[in-house]
Design a protein around this ligand. Structure first.
Ligand code: FES
Length: 101
């Protein structure tokens, strides 16, 4: 397990999120007021892409049926999902956001 380049910090302004494909995994990366977090992008309920949903503080709401996860912990904030998302370590190298997958 090592850190892999995900995207440039310039491409992720505070309060936004995006999906990146890293080593075959679909990862959601978000910028919370300059702190970066990463978790799985595929909703554990029925597989919708969470990066197409909405971000409010640390909470990510799925666009399909409203499941909400904390991107800080991956934990469920609101169902219908019954499974949390995996989270991934993030570090910054220069202007690159690196994700450990
Ligand atoms: S697929 Fe995300 S809430 Fe149903």
């Amino acid at each position: 397990m090592g850190y892999v380049r995900a995207l440039s910090v310039r491409d992720l302004t505070p309060g936004t999120m995006t999906r990146v494909d890293v080593n075959g995994k679909k990862i959601l990366v978000a910028n919370l007021k300059g702190a970066y977090y990463a978790m799985g992008d595929i909703c554990m309920h029925r597989g919708c892409s969470l990066s197409n949903g909405t971000i409010s503080g640390e909470n990510i709401e799925c666009p399909c049926h409203g499941s909400t996860y904390s991107i800080v912990t991956g934990n469920i904030v609101r169902g219908p999902t019954t499974k949390p998302e995996p989270t991934f370590k993030v570090k910054i190298e220069g202007d690159l956001i690196m994700v450990s997958v």
